[in-house]
Design a protein around this ligand. Structure first.
Ligand SMILES: [Zn+2]
Length: 229
């Protein structure tokens, strides 16, 4: 019985928790991080630290430069929104959306999975706290899964279909943090901020920081990362 799985590891809180859940389910993990032309490197540094701390079998970083296309505050010189209200965060698709990012990431994860004979792929998408990203929804993930089974040699000839696991999809940020804490995730190693300073210190004001801080507060757990004062 093949219990190997691929996990997409960004260096953030959600993907670290997802990896811990997959390990807890008995999978041997190959972690895939994507160097997609993010404006800062701290996320990838975190991914390395998280992979090491969790004990994944292998961690690879795929370089594919999505900044070539532009159109996102995460890859272009566009200001990251700060200090938005909960209502603003939860309405519409923000400028931090990276065009088709999860489709690109899942396609890479699928190619990686097929090459190492794995049929399970874990991705830490979350449809609750996260503001309107269309590629974080359950129907999107199921559509990708159907496509994966049509698109690959293993999907067509194999006996086990591809499965895309989204353990966090309907969890709140505080539920994610509580579960990860139970599983021993060191959130001090993760990086969430969209717009850290030159030392990598989180801003505390972008949507991602605000959702993270609120999640820790609701979970009644102290956030171990530092914030700009
Ligand atoms: Zn921030």
């Amino acid at each position: 019985m093949d219990k190997r799985a691929i996990v997409l590891l960004s260096g953030g809180l959600d993907s670290a928790t997802t990896a811990a859940i997959a390990l807890h389910q008995g999978f041997e993990l190959c972690a895939l991080s994507v160097d997609y032309g993010q404006r800062h490197r701290f996320e990838l540094d975190s991914a390395h630290r998280v992979a090491e701390s969790l004990g994944v079998r292998k961690h690879v970083v795929q370089k594919i430069d999505l900044s070539l296309f532009g159109g996102s505050a995460l890859t272009s010189d566009i200001d990251v929104p700060k200090g938005r209200s909960e209502e603003e965060i939860s309405s519409g698709i923000p400028i931090t959306y990276v065009p088709a990012r999860n489709t690109v990431f899942l396609a890479l994860a699928l190619a990686y999975a097929e090459s190492v004979h794995a049929t399970d792929i874990f991705i830490g998408v979350n449809a609750v706290d996260y503001s309107g990203y269309p590629d974080c929804r359950e129907e999107y993930v199921r559509a990708f899964e159907s496509m994966a089974n049509l698109a690959t040699k293993r999907g067509v000839e194999g006996t086990t279909p591809y499965k895309i696991h989204t353990p966090l999809i309907d969890w709140s940020k505080s539920q994610i943090i509580r579960r990860g804490t139970e599983l021993g995730v060191d959130y001090g190693l993760t990086h969430t901020c969209y717009d850290p300073d030159e030392q990598g210190v989180s801003c505390g004001q972008c949507d991602a920081c605000q959702l993270r801080l609120q999640g820790f507060q609701e979970a009644g757990i102290a956030d171990p990362v530092a914030y700009q004062s």
